[in-house]
Design a protein around this ligand. Structure first.
Ligand code: GLY
Length: 577
C-alpha cells in the first residue's frame, strides 16, 4: 500500500527505525526489579490502544513534528483504525505540556447539548428513563467537539502542515487496512447489534456479504476518507459550517435528531486551567470539570496522604481497603456536586481541601468497610462497558500530550451520519437524564449535571501529566467509563508510591469502588488471599472484571519508557530509538 511505502521511504530518508514491539532485551533503570519491561526509546514515543495510529504519530515525530503534531495525527488516525472510540463525531480532553514555556494547557473539546435539548427529553410518559432513546437514537448525540479540539491544538501549537497530519488517516480510510483480531472481536461484540439496524453503519462495519469482519480482512471507509479530506482542505469550517455539516444535519433531520446547523456553527472548545496538585514530590496536572477525574483523584490522594501506602505494600488488602474507602466518599460527592462549571457552581476547591480529606479519613476504619448506605442513600446496579480511548505522546524536546476522547459507548449510538462515515456519539446519556437515577455506567447524577442547552455532560475522562521540577515526566489516562478515575489513581500510586516501572504499574491487578453499588470490583489476577482478607473486612467483592486500559509514557534521564496496557491486545508503544 502506498501509505506503508511512504512510511518506509520516510524511515530510509531520516535514517530512523521505528520499533513497535515490547523490548525484551532492554534493561530500564528503575528502583525495583520487575517482571515486565516497558518499551524504551531515546527519540520520542507514542502509545495508543492499537498499532497503526501510534506508528503514524511516531512517523510524524520522525519527520520533525512535535508532540502536538503527533497527537493530532494519532487522533485522526484512531478515528479510522479504532472506530469503537477513536472519532470525529465525539469529544474529549487533551492536556498539553509545553517544555519551552513550562505551561500545561487543558483543552476541553467535550460535546455540548444541542439548543433544543430539554431536561426531560429522555423520559417516557410515566416519567421513566427511556434507555433506547438515551443510548441509541439520534437524540443521544451531543454536538461533537473532536474536530474543533484537534484543529485548535494544531493551529496553536503544531508545526507541520495540517495536510501532512491528516494524510496517513486519509490513506488508511481510503485504501483500507487489515482488521486485527481485537477489532474483529470489538465490531462483533460491541457494535453489531446497534450498527446492524442503521443502514449507513451496516454498509461500513459489516463485510460485503453482510457478515462480521474476520481478522485479516480489509476494512475500507470511503465516506470517512471523504470527511477527512474535507477537513484537510478546509479545516474547521468543513465540519462545522461546510459540506460535512450539511450531511450531518441532513441525517439528523431524516432520523428525528434535534441537532441543527446553528448548533454546529456555535460549537466552541474551552481552554481551561488545569488542576495542579502536589504528590510525592511531584506536581500532577489534571483535567478540571466537566471532567470529574481531576477533582476526585486529588480528593482521594488527599484522603490517603497521611498513610504509608508504600509500607502497606502494593496489592495488599490494607492498601486496597483504604483506596476503596476513599473511592466511596469521592464517588458519593461526584454524584452530588459535579457538572459543567459553565452552568453549575462546582465546589472544586472545597472538594480538594486537605482539611475536608482529613475529616473523611477520620471516619475510615482500617479493619472494617463502611457501608455505602452510611455515606448516602442506595441506588441500582450498573451496566459497565469498556469504552473511550486514551493515548500519550512525548517528543525529544520534552513536550507531552495526554489525550482521552470518546463516543461514550463503543461505537457511540451505533449510528453513522449517511455519506460521512462518522459514527455519532451517545454522550447525552452522560447527563443525569433524571437526576438521582443512575446512567449506563451506574453513576447517579445530581442537579449540577441535569440536561441544559449548550451544556457539557459530566465526564470521567482523566488524562494526566505528572511533572518533576517543572518538567513533564509522565503521561497517562484510560478508557472504562466510571472506572477511568480509579484506574488512573492506581497507576499513579503504583508508579509514584510503590516505585514500579510503568509496565509493571500498568499490569498489576486493579480495584474499583464507585460508592453505589456497594461492592469492590477486583481483577481476576488479584491474589485469593487478598480477596479473602478484604471479605473479612466486610467488603462485597465482584471478581474478574477487566478494569481500564492505560497507555502511558514516562520521560526520565533522556529516555522514554512506554507501556501499552496488556488488557488491550492490539495496544502498542511505538518509540524512536
Ligand atoms: N463517556 C465517558 C466519559 O466521558 O467519562
Amino acid at each position: 500500500m502506498a501509505f506503508f511505502r511512504s512510511l518506509l521511504v520516510s524511515f530510509a530518508l531520516t535514517g530512523l527505525v521505528i520499533t513497535a514491539v515490547l523490548a525484551q532485551d532492554q534493561t530500564p533503570i528503575y528502583e525495583r526489579a520487575s517482571a515486565y519491561s516497558p518499551v524504551v526509546a531515546t527519540g520520542g514515543m507514542v502509545v495508543a490502544q492499537e498499532g497503526f495510529a501510534p506508528r503514524i504519530g511516531a512517523d510524524i515525530l520522525a519527520q520533525g513534528g512535535n508532540a502536538i503534531d503527533a497527537a493530532v495525527a494519532t487522533g485522526f488516525a484512531l478515528a479510522v483504525t479504532l472506530p469503537r472510540a477513536g472519532n470525529l463525531g465525539g469529544g474529549g480532553f487533551m492536556l498539553i505540556h509545553l517544555a519551552e514555556s513550562g505551561e500545561t494547557i487543558a483543552l476541553d473539546y467535550r460535546e455540548k447539548a444541542p439548543q433544543a435539548a430539554t431536561r426531560d427529553m429522555f423520559l417516557g410518559p410515566g416519567g421513566e428513563v427511556d434507555k433506547r432513546k438515551a443510548f441509541f437514537s439520534h437524540l443521544s448525540a451531543g454536538v461533537p467537539g473532536t474536530v474543533a479540539g484537534l484543529l485548535y491544538a494544531h493551529e496553536k501549537y503544531g508545526t507541520l502542515p495540517l495536510e501532512t497530519l491528516l494524510s496517513p488517516a486519509i490513506t488508511l480510510a481510503e485504501e483500507g487496512f487489515a482488521v486485527s483480531f481485537d477489532l474483529a472481536r470489538a465490531l462483533k461484540r460491541y457494535g453489531s447489534r446497534t450498527m446492524s439496524k442503521n443502514p449507513a453503519a451496516k454498509k461500513i462495519f459489516f463485510n460485503e456479504d453482510g457478515g462480521f469482519y474476520a481478522p485479516g480482512e480489509i476494512l475500507v471507509q470511503s465516506d470517512l476518507a471523504w470527511s477527512l479530506r474535507q477537513i484537510a482542505q478546509s479545516g474547521r469550517r468543513a465540519f462545522y459550517d461546510g459540506p460535512i455539516a450539511e450531511r450531518l444535519i441532513a441525517d439528523m433531520e431524516a432520523n428525528g435528531g434535534i441537532m441543527t446547523r446553528e448548533d454546529l456553527r456555535r460549537y466552541k472548545i474551552a481552554v481551561r486551567k488545569p488542576i495542579i496538585s502536589t504528590f510525592q514530590g511531584h506536581e500532577i496536572a489534571l483535567m478540571p470539570p466537566p471532567s470529574s477525574g481531576g477533582v476526585h483523584i486529588v480528593q482521594m490522594l488527599n484522603i490517603m496522604a497521611g498513610d504509608d501506602l508504600a509500607a502497606m505494600g502494593q496489592g495488599s488488602a490494607d492498601s486496597y481497603h483504604l483506596m476503596a474507602e476513599a473511592m466511596k466518599y469521592a464517588y458519593a460527592d461526584r454524584s452530588k456536586y459535579l457538572g459543567d462549571p459553565d452552568f453549575a457552581e462546582v465546589p472544586v476547591e472545597a472538594l480538594m481541601d486537605p482539611a475536608y480529606a482529613t475529616a473523611i479519613r477520620a471516619k475510615i476504619d482500617m479493619d472494617k468497610a463502611t457501608p455505602s448506605s452510611a455515606i448516602k442513600a442506595a441506588a441500582k446496579l450498573p451496566y459497565e462497558s469498556p469504552d473511550t480511548t486514551h493515548y500519550s505522546v512525548a517528543d525529544k524536546d520534552g513536550n507531552m500530550v495526554s489525550n482521552t476522547y470518546t463516543l461514550n459507548f463503543s461505537y457511540g449510538s451505533g449510528r453513522v451520519a449517511a455519506g460521512t462515515g462518522i459514527l455519532l456519539n451517545n454522550e447525552m446519556d452522560d447527563f443525569a437524564v433524571k437526576p438521582g437515577v443512575p446512567n449506563a455506567f451506574g453513576l447517579t447524577g445530581g442537579e449540577a449535571n441535569a440536561i441544559e442547552p449548550g451544556k457539557r455532560p459530566l465526564s470521567s475522562m482523566t488524562p494526566v501529566i505528572v511533572l518533576k521540577d517543572g518538567k513533564a515526566m509522565l503521561a497517562t489516562g484510560s478508557p472504562g467509563g466510571s472506572t477511568i478515575i480509579t484506574t488512573v489513581l492506581q497507576t499513579l500510586i503504583n508508579r509514584l508510591v510503590h516505585g514500579l516501572n510503568v509496565a509493571e504499574a500498568t499490569s498489576r491487578p486493579r480495584i474499583h469502588h464507585q460508592w453505589l453499588p456497594d461492592l469492590i470490583s477486583i481483577e481476576g489476577h488479584a491474589s485469593p488471599d487478598t480477596i479473602a482478607l478484604l471479605e473479612a473486612k466486610g467488603h462485597t467483592l465482584r471478581v474478574g472484571r477487566v478494569l481500564g486500559a492505560t497507555e502511558t509514557i514516562e520521560m526520565r534521564d533522556g529516555l522514554f519508557y512506554g507501556a501499552a496496557d496488556p488488557r488491550r491486545p492490539a495496544a502498542r508503544a511505538v518509540g524512536i530509538p
